[in-house]
Design a protein around this ligand. Structure first.
Ligand SMILES: *Cc1c(COP(=O)(O)O)cnc(C)c1O
Length: 461
């Protein structure tokens, strides 16, 4: 027997099991859910090194899922989640110049979010079938989460999905990956505001507890613990592949970051004992996180549009999870800091994080990196990945190989590629096909009541 228990970063939500944590999203006290204990797996690393991605996923996930899902069922959920991936290794690790690129973009929407969301969609379906309940997923996206979430739950029984994206502020391809999905359980909402407006409205909708309860709302944003969990797997996988290739004893991993979701999964991997010496956090000009790790001040600025739009984020929704560990797992301290941040838009944290280096890559530097890797190494980076590679190059180490997480296929962001190379070399047949398909979407203001009314009306039909 092993039971996995989840608690809130703010300490005022009763402990719960894995399945409830999957359905809950944000905790009822406004915090984020975390496992009560992170398992130490150092004595299992040797046995894990030879496993395939899906086998490794089962081992990594199991202690966090506990008895809530039987092992054979979990194995089946994992297998079904990764059939839509087009690469036989699922997550290939490709050498490019001085770094090793961990290609996370071989899923149905060509971004790393598929890895977590395909699994989450199947977990939702499993839990709902078992409990005989329904779920309405509501999410806000800066582009990639929305399409990946829609791809994960389209056509699934007992689930509707409502996705808000900032009107005309996602790339045409990203927009079409969402709005061309015409399944009757899929509802696209273009809000006339920024991604942060969408996040704010989403928080308001989820903080309206009677509404949340009546309409059985669930989250797919990176606040959902199961997403973080699925992402832990590729840190182990990437480290093992590169250790095998180079003979090194450990690696460092550079992560392009927006919401602190992906890199938080790396931080958990590190706490589990993964052979990772340190993480390198990379932001674009929206550098609240890079500033935090260099100065201890967490303070938002204005959103600055860049060629890596999925990282044009000022309030990193997963940061609170990290803060919980940084404050020594003291929920009272987290609650106090988050209240202070809500009032002043700024907090200051003492000390230093030895496990995370941080930096930023500008639009111009990112374009130069795309050019350099294409011309010198024959490797085409998407702009988000290129932000990471730009920062990683400043942190190379002679004895520790550097992994760079590749978060999207370059064809998803062809404007940035054309800007960098002067030629439209990033193509993908699945994306070219989108441009001819019919679409469905409503446009609404970034207002909690307007969105709630739309949800109510749609479900009432
Ligand atoms: C979502 C996304 C990111 C940022 O990931 P976080 O988990 O929000 O830090 C980076 N690159 C791409 C392509 C993305 O879709």
């Amino acid at each position: 027997m092993n039971s996995a228990t989840y608690i809130s970063t703010r300490g005022e939500t009763p402990p719960m099991g894995f399945q409830d944590s999957v359905l809950m999203g944000l905790a009822t006290d406004g915090g984020l859910l975390l496992p009560q204990a992170i398992p130490n797996v150092t004595d299992r690393l040797a046995a894990w090194r030879k496993l395939s991605y899906a086998e490794l996923a089962l081992e990594v996930l199991q202690p966090f899922v506990g008895d809530d899902i039987p092992r054979a069922t979990l194995q089946d959920l994992i297998a079904r989640s990764y059939v839509a991936f087009t690469h036989p290794e699922l997550v290939p690790v490709v050498p490019a110049g001085p770094v090793h690129v961990v290609e996370l973009f071989h899923g149905p929407t060509l971004a790393f979010k598929d890895i977590a969301l395909q699994l989450l969609g199947n977990m939702f379906e499993h839990v709902l079938a078992r409990t005989g309940s329904r779920l309405n997923v509501v999410g806000a996206t800066s582009g990639d989460t929305g399409s990946a979430a829609i791809a994960a739950v389209r056509g699934k029984a007992n689930i509707h999905i409502f996705i808000m994206h900032p009107h005309k502020k996602v790339s045409p391809v990203q927009e079409r990956q969402m709005t061309t999905i015409l399944d009757e359980n899929v509802h696209n909402i273009a809000i006339t505001g920024t991604f942060d407006d969408g996040q704010r409205v989403l928080k308001e909708i989820f903080n309206d507890i009677p509404f949340k309860t009546q309409y059985r709302l669930g989250a797919v944003n990176s606040v959902n613990w199961a997403r973080v969990l699925a992402q832990i797997v590729y840190y182990f996988h990437g480290a093992f592949r590169v250790m095998e290739r180079t003979g090194a004893a450990d690696v460092q991993v550079c992560v392009p970051t927006g919401n602190f979701g992906d890199i938080f999964a790396g931080y958990v991997a590190l706490r589990m004992g993964a052979p990772i010496r340190r993480l390198i956090l990379a932001t674009n000009e929206n550098d609240i996180l890079a500033r935090f790790f260099n100065t201890g001040a967490y303070q938002c600025g204005d959103v600055y549009p860049t060629t890596s739009p999925s990282m044009d984020i000022q309030i990193a929704s997963n940061f609170e999870r990290y803060l919980y560990y940084r404050m020594g797992e003291d929920a009272t301290a987290v609650r106090r800091l988050m209240q202070e941040f809500a009032v002043n838009g700024r907090i200051q944290v003492a000390g230093q994080e030895p496990a995370i280096a941080a930096g930023r890559g500008t639009v111009a530097e990112t374009a130069a990196t795309i050019r350099k890797y294409y011309r010198e190494f024959g490797y085409l980076l998407d702009p988000h990945t290129a932000v990471g590679v730009t920062v990683a190059e400043r942190h190379l180490s002679a004895d520790t190989p550097t992994l760079c997480l590749a978060t999207a296929h370059p064809a998803k962001f062809k404007d940035a590629i054309v800007q960098a190379l002067g030629a439209d070399v990033a193509r993908h047949p699945a994306l070219d096909a989108l441009m001819k398909l019919p679409t469905r979407c409503v446009v609404l203001p970034p207002d909690c009541h307007a969105i709630q009314t739309y949800i109510r009306d749609t479900l009432g039909k």
